[in-house]
Design a binder for this molecule. Sequence first.
Ligand code: TYD
Ligand code: MG
Length: 382
Amino acid sequence: MPTGIDEFDRVLGGGFVAGSLVLLGGEPGIGKSTLLLQASDALARRGVSVLYACGEESPAQIGMRATRLGAGGDSITLLPEVNAVALEAAATISMPGLLVVDSIQTMFDPELSGAPGSVGQVRACTARLMRLAKDKGITTVIVGHVTKDGAIAGPRVLEHMVDAVLYFEGDRDHAFRVVRAVKNRFGSASEIGIFEMGEHGLTGVGNPAAVFLGERDASTPGSTVMAAMEGSRPLLVEVQALVTPSYLQVPRRLATGIDTTRLLQLLAVLERHANASFSGQDVYVSVAGGVRVVEPAVDVPLALSLLSALRSIPVPVDVIGFGEIGLTGRIRSVAHAEARMREAGRQGLVRVAAKLPNGTAIPTGSESLGIGTTVELGALLR
Ligand code: TYD
Ligand code: MG
């Protein structure tokens, strides 16, 4: 059941699977309700009846938002219901094509003690909705709030119960939002959808390369473009590093959008195998635009940015990096090299800092720099 919102359908694996239970998690204010209202509207326009259970906001508030989003399908029913049993009864009578439960933390099962939002309640309500989805074939999406400190009763405790888990990521202060599939019984669990939050809700970002590199200043040290793979598509992102003298006893190491352990390990490798000393220096790294890069291929661009920042030498403008770095300072090849190079080439990033497996076809116009070690990586900065 495609929603017609391309970026959302991509993460869902083509659309909602009939009778499935999907969990959409994310921090408050990230855009979960907005996306689901837009998806509900898109489906309603295709003749699907939607029952939207709102425990978070009043129907009047949601109505106002719907107007702002230009959503006007009259086959969306807003139901202010927080009692799971009552909701189940309502859904059984109306048999909607899509049931949205916003949010699971506001629901309660009257057969159970415990406040709404507690682990027990959240689990019981989800189990009830799962039975409803399976027995009656009602496609259901539940919203789950995640808090920064990873609340106990957050969506994590539900991951194993549902068919698909999607997380809304991104910075509330950035316009860009990424919906990432972390589990999908019916499709690929590595797809992402990219959105931009604007005045009229979320819009899919069709050309992410241009977006994430839009504000890059290639003449400043500490910036490298990475060709990341997000699911089936390559995505160009800017990996930034800042290295400054520390005034602290224990210098700071801070990573945003990149795993901190990766950063620490890479710093150690560079100290040992690239003749770089970060002692007495604070190190900050981030991925521009509020994106998160989880794959090991981030090592090469991260190392380049770190060395570039440390030595105050910018990375050449036409260099693209990707690849994993082992503890011995050797660079390892990563999958999808050709797709990465092609996407980079389109943006004029034609010199490839990566270890390419034998037999890799290098796209016309691109050139391999034949990098195999962190020392060779460092030699690019002159
Ligand atoms: P919301 O979808 O309510 O987040 P969640 O359900 O995840 O808590 O809204 C997210 C934010 O987006 C909110 O701060 C207001 C903003 N927003 C826009 O910028 N434009 C819009 O058109 C809408 C509907 C919301
Ligand atoms: Mg909401």
